[in-house]
Design a protein around this ligand. Structure first.
Ligand code: K7E
Ligand code: CUA
Length: 655
């Protein structure tokens, strides 16, 4: 749970009441007998069959991304991003260790699939690290993290990210935690309103490689920018940020940031901003072009939204933008056409620090009474919206405008259905909601509390996610699954839309230190630098002895020469805090400083064959005064793949 537990005393009482209610509701929370079979078969993926969709969950403060299948809701894999992960050797080899830098954790909130023409193009998945102001890119060709950018300059608490534009031109980031700028400057939090600043960042995405770079930034008042969504159709070219703390409180936020009935959301014309930067209207801070929107008109507008809004979600047509006012019992529906007109006609109501404030009445279509604690809204592309209600602990389905005169008079009439969830939902995701063509069909509710829903596992509890069928008029909750903390947002992608690889083709391995046969392997010395080039193949390492001495720096390049799917080898070194895992066709490099004499076994950590246990060797570290290490040693073990057929079948078992 992150941003929405700042509550007024009154709201706190309501929240408490809600939890008490939830306690009572637990008995009713199970599935009726007559629905069980239908629900089970709706989500049953028989052994040997496959799920229809990927669910990419953010892993919150685990720093990782989880991949599950829909409809089975089974966890399939974890993609390590911001934290070392021994299971795949991530954060141990040089490349990934450098990528995660000096951090051993991150806080992943919002994944974004790359888009072309407002549809998922299946190339990349971007995720943010709210803690250390970073953005990462995962390549969906191999489901591996390829780049981490950050900590971003001039920015802190990248919660409001990553939100991607229609053609993946930019990813937007906005600061949830304002700080004095430039970084390193010190000012007391009591001087927050005058000394601290928010900052929006536009991260350029290279259309070919996906490489990210900081393009420009926009300096903003020190609100806590929270969520965002990018425009399309009538809202194309804009990005919408929710924020709380327009009170600009630097301390005792729970009370001080909840004083006003409405907070100021930021509407950024990113095309105009990019043009202003190109026209030389930015100044430079820490090497980044920074716009001051009070001096560059046409770039940023504010819109008052009640109350301490959280989610800000553009619908598939781009016409409706829904804000979840977490401390008010309604969502606010913004009409993008009216908004663009109001900007053109200067329908303003004063300004905040030189940034025009749009007239609320001029752009808001209505406030829909969805219930208590509305957070995030998703869409099915059929004119329906689904809002997560944290306090009421349900998903509320409601009808987007256009509304009839009768409905306008009483917007309770557009609320269509409520589906209880267990308990306290944060984000929800409808398959493809942020594209022009949602898949619809499935909704996943990512709940913050799971107590009482699973077998007892001690005080440290998982998070619950529930799969809801939204294909009919009424929502139907059909399955529940658990993950470790903590999913926030997620993205759903149809499995048939991508073709990931299962081995790295040898021809594509351009690592200059890759070795493919015995003659290329061995250990060489240059001063105190010892370099080993090693082959891993069922069921041996070549060489299987590496000799050095205390004071050496050992660099090992290990190539898994297999070209068979799932023939993965590990390289773990006893008492050296080292484990890399090498996929078929992959070369990985790791370094160890040899500080103590002794003989250190290394072994394959990933079970690969019947002789997996035999896949081992020794790192011999001689004391400085002892016998000199040989300059070159090659392995006595015959190289190449075994002459006999591998003991683990290379082909899938016959059916
Ligand atoms: Cu609502 Cu960080 Cu998107 Cu958690 S945030 S739920
Ligand atoms: Cu190679 Cu286990």
């Amino acid at each position: 749970m992150t941003t929405f537990h700042r509550i007024l005393p009154g709201a706190a009482a309501a929240l408490l009441a809600a939890f008490v209610f939830m306690g009572c509701a637990q008995k009713k929370a199970s599935t009726a007998k007559n629905e069980r079979e239908a629900n089970a078969s709706a989500t049953y993926v028989a052994p040997g069959e496959k799920d229809e969709y990927y669910l990419f969950y953010s892993g919150g403060h685990s720093g990782q991304v989880y991949v599950a299948g829909i409809p089975s809701m089974r966890h399939i894999t974890t993609i390590p991003v911001f934290a070392p992960y021994p299971a795949t050797g991530y954060g141990f080899d040089e490349a990934s260790r450098k990528m995660i830098g000096n951090f051993t954790w991150g806080d992943v909130h919002h994944p974004a699939l790359s888009q072309t023409a407002s549809k998922y193009d299946g190339r990349w998945l971007f995720v943010n690290d709210n803690a250390n102001n970073r953005i990462a890119r995962i390549d969906l060709r191999d489901f591996k993290t390829k780049q981490i950018i950050g900590p971003l300059p001039n920015s802190s608490g990248s919660h409001a990210s990553s939100f991607i534009t229609e053609n993946s031109e930019y990813l937007f980031v906005n600061s949830r935690f304002s700080i004095p700028l430039p970084k390193g400057r010190v000012a007391d939090p009591k001087d927050y309103a005058t000394e601290y600043n928010g900052m929006m960042s536009a991260i350029k995405v290279d259309p070919k490689s996906g490489e990210m770079s900081v393009a420009f930034q926009i300096q903003l008042p020190p609100f806590d920018f929270d969520l965002a969504s990018t425009g399309k159709g009538p809202s194309s070219g804009y990005v919408f940020f929710s924020s709380y703390n327009s009170e600009m409180a630097g301390q005792e936020m729970e009370v001080n940031a909840s004083q006003k009935d409405r907070d100021l959301c930021a509407i950024v014309n990113w095309k105009a901003a990019a043009q202003a930067v190109a026209d030389g209207k930015a100044t430079t801070m820490e090497g980044v072009p920074v716009l001051d929107p009070s001096k560059v008109p046409g770039v940023v507008y504010f819109l008052p939204i009640g109350k301490s809004p959280h989610g800000m979600d553009v619908d598939p047509t781009g016409k409706w933008i829904v804000a979840g006012g977490k401390l008010q019992p309604s969502t606010t529906v913004i009409n993008a056409e009216k908004l663009v007109a109001a900007i053109q006609n200067k329908g303003f109501d004063g300004d905040f620090k030189g940034i025009p404030i749009l007239k609320y009445e001029g752009v808001v279509e209505g406030e829909v009474p969805v219930g208590l604690g509305p957070l995030h809204t998703q869409y099915d592309g059929k004119g329906n919206a689904y809002t997560s209600l944290f306090i009421d602990s349900n998903i509320t389905k409601w009808k987007l405008p256009p509304w009839s005169a009768e409905e306008m008079k009483d917007l309770t009439k557009v609320v269509l259905d409520k589906c209880p969830v267990h308990f306290a939902v944060g984000h929800l995701v409808v398959a493809g909601s942020d594209t022009i063509a949602p898949y619809g069909k499935w909704l996943v509710s990512m709940n913050k509390l799971s107590k009482g829903r699973h077998v007892v596992v001690g005080p440290s509890q998982p998070e619950s996610s529930q799969l809801i069928d939204i294909s009919g008029d009424k929502m139907r909750m059909v399955a529940e699954a658990y993950t470790e903390p903590e999913p926030h947002f997620a993205q759903i992608l149809k499995v048939s839309e991508i073709q990931p690889i299962e081995v790295y083709p040898r021809a594509e391995n351009k690592d200059p230190n890759a070795v493919w046969d015995k003659e290329q392997t061995g250990v060489t010395r240059s001063g105190s630098d010892l370099t080993a080039k090693v082959i891993a193949v069922r069921s041996r390492f070549v060489p299987d002895k590496i000799e050095g001495k205390v004071g050496d720096t050992l660099t090992v390049h290990v190539t898994n020469i297999e070209q068979t799917g799932d023939m993965i080898h590990g390289f773990g070194v006893a008492e050296m805090n080292m484990n890399v895992v090498i996929d078929p066709g992959e070369t990985k490099t790791f370094k160890i400083v040899l500080t103590k004499a002794g003989v250190f076994p290394f072994y394959c950590t990933n079970f690969c064959s019947a002789l997996h246990q035999e896949m081992q060797g020794y790192l011999v570290v001689r004391p400085v005064d002892g016998a000199a290490a040989p300059t070159v040693s090659t392995s006595p073990v015959p190289p190449q793949a075994p002459a006999t057929p591998p003991l683990v079948a290379s082909n899938p078992p016959a059916i």
